[in-house]
Design a protein around this ligand. Structure first.
Ligand code: WTA
Length: 635
């Protein structure tokens, strides 16, 4: 039996048991049989969650791009590696074969080298979903530079914060991007960001929308002429297994975004192994994940996981609503998509538009449907199952995180019986635990608690860039000797897991994690604001939307509250990006606080949820009187 490809439920249980009983043997076999190494490791795993320190395949050497590209050249050189579907349906799709991808990545790697980028340097990539995004990621990996992709919907301020945190030497961007009928001036955003970034020497600019941009002398260069001149081959840098591959920022409940650091070998093995099994990828399949490469889903399941398996992976530049709400299904039909992986928020948005958009297209190529990013509600699950999969394509509800690098709890399609809203069973190698408030593990089934992971897996983030203490505090202190996910979960009578949502101050809006603290900081910059608190409330499409309680100092003579509302959202857009805008802003005379001055978000959350029958004991508050007035004026 091959551990690498799980084909039925019995095999899953066998493989799972082996992965838990003897994790090192288990992972060693997979690493040995399915990947290309320059040098074998001395030790499979060493770990200590109290430091925390985790090392996989120490002493091993490799380059991930050899695994994702070079080793396929003989067997699949002319197979499409990346299938690019442009924003505009009238523009032709682009099939980039493995051979062509190799050449593109090598040329790009040479350009990076010629512009002073070396192993270990950080490169910020701020690009739309165009082939250069995947190519630049791989080019960094080929030379051993650490890529830090920033989603191209973030504002200049958010971009600058991330560039500075990682001390990036270079930014790769484009003149602009297409987004449905709109264009976005990405280069302008980069220019604004770089006003505040001293570390960046070079900006490489891809021409995508042919707009007029200002090129700063001595700093900005058009990419294409450099690629045209560059040599077509590049011998990959030999990396140590534990060398960092990339940094990717995710929101925390407090403070700055956290630069999660992923290592080379463990990440490669886990993203590849999960891809193969969770999507049951077969040689001629055409796999499409609709995420952006700016998020972890795109890193692991558009770029690295699929390419490590020699798959054809689709990159879509546009949005589901352009030119109309049938776009996704048009693409499914056009490219005969076999695996389709998206987020619940997209499913809900499309469901709302009605099935007539689907009925025009032939979706019979679909074999597996995936969902990720937030809990999927029952209605959306059934809509997806009935209308997209026609009850024939199993839904894999995949639970995981930026920090976990790969899918952790998921059905294996055609093996694990699915159950709506349940992510079902842990993937091989993953040992979940549910914990109670006292830090004890909850045994048995039909229980709920805080979701932790008891044992290391290869693709776990190794640290937070520049702040190992924060890594320890955030993930390894709440529960002894365990990784704490920040999520709540329940386990049903057969041991299936259902993720119930965040138990910290991270709010997931349209699948994007948002920390409350940075949004509150942004609001508090408004001169009329005294203080503010953000909570989530249920939203039909976004899953959660943001509700802000804002106490004003004085808005000034003759000014309107609505203006202040708009200005607050404007500041949030500038500081973070439009994804963090508030749906509701309630002005209050004060915020409920404990005697030690902490804002009682629990109460604010209940008011936003319109669930005020049982607010609990508020008499211990510093200012219980504000609660009634907030309730009376709730939106
Ligand atoms: C949530 C995305 C329920 C969860 C890969 C997690 C989910 C956070 C699911 C991580 C799911 C992700 N069901 N909740 N299938 N998948 N989540 O870092 O709260 O963007 O902690 O990684 O999304 O979001 P992130």
């Amino acid at each position: 039996m091959s551990n690498y490809h799980i084909k039925n439920l019995e095999e899953y249980f066998q493989v799972y048991r082996k992965s838990v009983r003897n994790p090192e043997v288990f992972w060693e076999e997979i690493a040995e049989e399915h990947f290309m190494w320059r040098k074998k490791w001395n030790r499979v795993l060493s770990w200590d969650f109290s430091k925390p320190e985790v090392k996989w395949f120490e002493g091993g050497q490799l380059n991930i791009t050899e695994n994702c590209i070079d080793r396929h050249l003989y067997t699949r050189g002319d197979k499409t590696a990346i299938l690019f579907e442009p924003n505009n349906p009238d523009e032709e799709a682009l099939h980039i074969t493995y051979k062509q991808l190799h050449e593109r990545v090598c040329r790009f790697a040479n350009v990076l080298k010629e512009h002073g980028i070396n192993k270990g340097d950080r490169v910020c990539i701020y690009l739309p979903m165009i082939p250069e995004l995947a190519v630049s990621v791989l080019a960094c990996a080929r030379i051993g530079a650490i890529h830090s992709v920033v989603f191209a919907g973030f504002s200049a301020h958010a971009l600058a914060t991330r560039i500075n945190d990682a001390d990036c030497k270079m930014v790769i961007t484009s003149d602009g991007s297409y987004r449905g009928a709109k264009t976005i001036d990405l280069k302008g955003i980069v220019d604004d960001a770089l006003e505040n970034c001293e570390s960046v020497d070079t900006v490489l600019v891809v021409k995508r929308i042919d707009s007029d941009v200002t090129m700063k002398e001595g700093r900005d260069l058009w990419l294409q002429p450099l690629l045209d001149e560059a040599y077509v081959d590049f011998s990959p840098e030999v990396m140590n297994a534990e060398d960092p591959l990339f940094i990717l920022y995710t929101s925390g409940s407090t403070g700055q975004p956290k630069g999660m650091v992923h290592s080379t070998a463990g990440y490669m093995i886990y993203s590849a192994y999960t891809f193969k099994n969770v999507f049951q990828y077969k040689e001629n399949d055409v796999y499409w994940c609709t995420a952006d490469i700016g998020w972890i889903t795109g890193h692991s399941y558009i770029v690295y996981g699929p390419l490590a398996n020699g798959a054809t992976t689709v990159m879509f530049e546009g949005v589901p609503s352009y030119p109309d709400f049938g776009r996704f299904w048009e693409i499914v039909e056009k490219h005969k998509i076999t695996q389709f992986y998206t987020a619940p928020t997209a499913i809900r948005a499309l469901a709302k538009e009605g099935v007539e958009h689907l009925e025009k297209y032939d979706l019979s190529s679909l074999k597996v449907l995936g969902t990720v990013g937030e809990p999927i509600n029952e209605e959306a699950w059934h809509w997806y199952d009935d209308n997209v999969g026609k009850k024939k394509a199993p839904i894999v509800d995949t639970w995981w995180q930026t920090e976990t690098g790969g899918i952790m709890i998921t059905p294996i399609p055609f093996s694990t019986p699915t159950k709506p809203t349940y992510a079902t069973l842990p993937f091989p190698g993953i040992q979940p635990a549910l914990m109670d408030e006292n830090g004890e593990e909850i045994q048995g089934n039909q229980v709920d608690g805080r979701l932790c992971i008891k044992y290391p897996w290869p693709s776990m983030a190794r640290t937070i860039w520049g702040n190992h203490q924060r890594y320890k505090d955030t993930y390894f202190t709440a529960f002894n000797q365990m990784y704490f996910t920040g999520d709540g979960a329940l386990r049903d009578e057969v041991g299936y897991y259902r993720i119930t949502g965040r138990v910290d101050d991270v709010i997931i809006v349209s699948g994007h994690n948002l920390g409350t603290a940075p949004i509150e900081d942004a609001i508090n910059e408004h001169p009329a604001v005294a203080e503010s608190a953000i909570v989530g409330f249920p939203h039909d499409i976004k899953g959660n939307a943001l509700y802000g309680y804002v106490t004003l100092k004085d808005i000034g003579e003759g000014r309107k509250h609505d203006n202040v509302r708009n200005e607050i959202n404007q500041i949030i857009t500038e500081q973070i990006g439009p994804i963090a805008k508030l749906d509701k802003i309630q002005f209050t005379n004060g915020l409920p606080k404990t005697r030690s001055g902490k804002i009682m978000r629990r109460i604010l959350r209940k008011i936003a949820h319109k669930d005020t029958d049982n607010l609990g004991d508020i008499s211990t508050l510093l200012n219980p009187e504000v609660v009634q007035s907030i309730m009376d004026n709730a939106l």
